[in-house]
Design a protein. Structure first.
Ligand code: MRU
Length: 362
């Protein structure tokens, strides 16, 4: 079925003057199609919840905070034609649809966090009709979205002082504006430091197999006027050995209560290299990415994706036919390798189990 596409010029822009990743307009959900970047900048209206599920699964919208926000709005898309139902039935439906949409991707906890927040809001809401509840839920989804903008900006405020003049920063995957509502997580200290006039260099790992670093991070940083160089994933050890990298900042899909960090596959290798070369390894995240119910990273579900992502480079097949493949999309960096967690409340240092709990106890 052909989907209504939104041309580049018609996509709203955020405060960084980058295209919005997600926007809700006149009761409809729109997503920037990130699978087409950087060659084509196009948005897509999401007409039903099945389409939203497919868009999350296909990484049209991706990055932990962004899939949380898309999930909250996506739930509304699945509910808007059911507002005539009796209130008790409507609330049951909200739970069912949230449970289903939450299965679109397993590793980033933000998707389930946002959906659980929508369900809890619905269950506590005193609206006297399904239509009134729906309207209240729209406001809650908008709050989740607006809050994410502010959380990410504050990560930048706390993280920017870590970036000294002439620092070389390595990042992996895309934990940028495209992965969130605006400033990104790993990129937020970079955007804030840049706006304050600090000069620094970024090295973006290309991030096989789906090339989020090459397609997305280098694209958004380049547009923001930040000094960025793209490298392939196997170049970082060499650059570290040459003294070109002074710090690593990455994002995360889920932080366990002990500080273990799930992030894009390859992150753990970067952390181990950073330890070898004595380079600080920071992880940037909003509170919605912390899973206090997950004691350690070993319990975090790791998404396995299709083999074609590994057997091909773009549209071109690069492996023999019938090749056996493994394609874990994430890995878990043990907390011992993490120098600090840059959050909206400040930089949390080890011991993480204790300090995370203290930071978020009220
Ligand atoms: O598979 P993706 O592109 O959704 O993976 C994204 C990442 O691993 C990001 O680093 C993480 O979600 C943090 S986004 C602020």
């Amino acid at each position: 079925m052909s989907r209504p596409l939104i041309a580049h010029a018609d996509i709203p822009r955020n405060r960084l003057n980058l295209p919005e990743t997600i926007w809700w307009q006149d009761g409809e959900l729109f997503l920037l199609d990130q699978t087409q970047l950087p060659l084509t900048v196009v948005g897509e209206r999401q007409d039903d919840i099945e389409q939203v599920f497919a868009s999350i699964k296909a990484l049209k919208v991706r990055g932990a905070p962004a899939i949380g926000v898309a999930g909250a709005y996506g739930l509304l898309v699945g509910l808007r034609d059911h507002q005539q139902q009796p209130l008790a039935e409507f609330i049951k439906l909200i739970q069912q649809k949230a449970d289903w949409l939450g299965e679109a991707r397993p590793t980033a906890v933000n998707l389930k966090w946002a959906l659980n927040r929508m369900v809890a809001y619905a269950q506590d809401c005193t609206a006297d009709s399904s239509a009134a509840l729906y309207e209240q839920l729209v406001q809650e989804a908008v709050r989740i979205h607006t809050e994410d903008r502010e959380l990410c900006r504050m990560i930048g405020v706390h993280g920017a002082p870590l970036i000294k003049p002439d620092t070389g920063i390595l990042t992996h995957c895309n934990a940028g504006s495209l992965a969130t509502s605006e400033f990104g997580t790993a990129t937020s200290p970079m955007y804030v430091a840049h706006s304050e006039g600090t000069a620094f260099r970024v090295y973006a790992d290309e991030t096989r197999p789906l090339l989020q670093g090459a397609r997305l991070t280098s694209w958004e940083l380049q547009q923001a006027g930040i000094d960025v160089s793209l490298i392939t994933d196997n170049m970082s050890a060499h650059l570290m050995s040459q003294g070109l990298i002074d710090m690593v900042i990455v994002g995360t899909d889920r932080v366990a209560a002990n500080g273990d960090v799930a992030n894009k596959i390859g992150t753990m290798a970067v952390a181990i290299l950073a330890r070898h070369f004595g380079i600080p390894f920071y992880v940037a995240l909003p509170y919605s990415t912390i899973d206090f119910d997950m004691p350690a990273g070993s319990g975090i579900p790791i998404e396995e994706r299709g083999e074609e992502e590994v057997t091909s480079f773009g549209a071109r097949r690069t492996a023999p036919e019938a090749m056996r493949v493994r394609n874990p999309a994430f890995d878990v960096t043990p907390h011992e390798f993490v120098t600090g967690l840059i959050t909206e409340r400040g930089v949390v240092l080890p011991p993480f189990a204790e300090n995370l709990k203290n930071q978020y106890s009220e």
